[in-house]
Design a protein around this ligand. Structure first.
Ligand code: 2BA
Length: 109
């Protein structure tokens, strides 16, 4: 069994969860925050049998399209007691950051 951890954009999350559930996957949704942009994103925990991993990844890939976005990133000036000076940067958002872990045991007790 595998645990697929998928970090996705909030705006893709609802459609992704529906698509996964339509195909019989169980999903847990966590509200998370990206370290770089400090913006909300969504992390999904999906436990799957090994043979279902490709189908799950293909749904994630299909639903979560990446796109470019101008974001405001804080930079700290002036060391320890520094000020924040936001500046615009172009980042690629969307798509999905996916970790696949081997699961030693899966229990419902
Ligand atoms: P954030 O950390 O908020 O990053 C959002 C996007 O900003 C990243 O998209 C990337 O395009 C850009 N970015 C991140 N760090 C950067 C940097 N130091 N310089 C320039 N641009 C940078 P993704 O790579 O698709 O990541 C989306 C979200 O997935 C991340 O949000 C973070 O929450 C998570 N993530 C990505 N890689 C991770 C990892 N290795 N471990 C844990 N979480 C990760």
């Amino acid at each position: 069994m595998k645990l697929i951890i998928a970090i996705v954009q909030d705006e893709d999350a609802t459609r992704l969860i529906s698509s996964l559930m339509d195909e019989g996957f169980s999903v847990t949704k966590l509200a998370t925050t990206g370290g770089f942009l400090k913006a909300g994103n969504t992390t999904l925990l999906i436990g799957v049998e090994d043979d279902k991993k490709p189908a799950c990844l293909s749904i994630i890939e299909k639903v979560c399209k990446s796109r470019k976005q101008i974001a405001t990133s804080p930079v700290t000036l002036g060391g320890a007691n520094g000020m924040y000076a936001p500046y615009p940067i172009e980042v690629t958002v969307g798509g999905a950051t996916v970790f696949v872990l081997d699961i030693e045991e899966f229990l419902k007790i």
